[in-house]
Design a protein around this ligand. Sequence first.
Ligand SMILES: Cc1ncc(COP(=O)(O)O)c(C=O)c1O
Length: 505
Amino acid sequence: MNERIENYPVAPTEPNPGRRTIPLIHERSRAGRRAIHLPKSDVPSYGFEESLLRPEHDVPELPQVSELDLVRHYTRLSQTNFSIDTNFYPLGSCTMKYNPKINEHVANMRGFAESHPLSPVESQQGNLELLYRLERALIDISGFEAASLQPAAGAQGELTGILMIRAYHQQRGDTKRTRVLVPDSAHGTNPATCTMAGYEAVEIPSDSEGNVDLEALRAECDESVAGLMITNPNTAGLFEQQILEVTKAVHECGGLVYGDGANMNAILGIVRPGDLGIDVMHFNLHKTFSTPHGGGGPGAGPVAAAAVLADYLPGPRVVPDESGSGNGDRLPLFRFDKPKHSIGRVKAFFGNFGMLVRAYTYILRHGKTGMRRIGENAVLNANYLKHLVADEFPAKFKRSCMHEFVATGAIFEGVHTMDIAKRMIDYGVHPPTVYFPLIVKEALMIEPTESESRETLEEFAAVLKAIAREASENPEILHNAPYTTPLSRLDEVSAARSPVLCYRG
Ligand SMILES: Cc1ncc(COP(=O)(O)O)c(C=O)c1O
């Protein structure tokens, strides 16, 4: 193994000119060329009101190309895109695990894919049963009382949970609570969520072991605290060793605890957050339960709550119909219900249904013992990789990590983490998350996930070692990487601040 790692092939150090000579689609455009020929319309034409029409000068000229050029254009774009189906993708905090194809097969079954959310409840019984069963499975896995599948993303689940906590305090007439405590190892969406919900986010530092500093936490706990938002395992890839003391301190001052469950992959089948004093938590189905993500969605961030908050969940929720008051002799088995103090809807209909089908398929496919193996292997893979690259990229915290670890790229003179990340692209690897969490200097946050083989982990370690050699022998190579992409080093600040989002010929 070591020989294979030491002799890993070197990636190109010059731009590949071939990639730049392929004409872009608008360069291929010739007046009159067509990829499709529409049949003559056989329905009466309808004239839109003038005010609804887009002015002609506002419509960019679209390329006119043949079907073959069009197919080549999109096929090439799809190959330029990086995906988990093409290469290793150790993007920390994102759990880019394999999305099993059976999920797609099931989600595309006609009864699921073609049903309309406004069709009568009697004709939707199979779909409602799936939603109900998924909710039960998530409750089982997490140890909570009830759940809602509505939120469309992790961040929306967080907002849902904090709004539930706010509604709880308001309902009790406890309106003086204005602050939410957030450890500095929390995900960035946590403080943003508090602010959006109208609370002041108060940062709690970590101790030298990467845990919440208990003394600092206790010093902030008073009657102005609405709650705590804690990510566990946290963004340093560590399990909060004093989680029971943390939740106790918050409860003792009358606050409630929000658990960011996006990192659930590491503890699946091993620990249930509902048993740790957490009152409400979101799942990222698009991380833990293998539904596809990246590129902005669609996601799914169901929220589960302990008994204290169950009545505040978004509604409607699917519940078994025990009333017996059905429709003739074909009684519906499931109906909708709104929890007593529900904060209301947070998403149209019942969430991103297709994603819920995929997640349920994944859960059924693995079963109870499979869940535990996912958690164990996610942790094993991360620790193995951490060990393989410990000399070149030491982890900030020395204790065993969970599903990911945070290394520092600050060990080479004149080379930044960004240079290392960009060079990985030339070796065919998606870079890990960089410069996050903020508590680690020049952070490289690496999450291999359980779905990768030992060989892939060793190849990645070989890549990191090769880059480390380049960094010490010829850092200039890294400054100009990547070389294998159609465009080399991009101006990411301008791209984020002034994005060009539409096609201009
Ligand atoms: C720990 C953690 N919390 C929250 C989120 C937010 O989830 P989403 O991107 O679905 O909004 C993420 C995203 O990866 C995360 O890693």
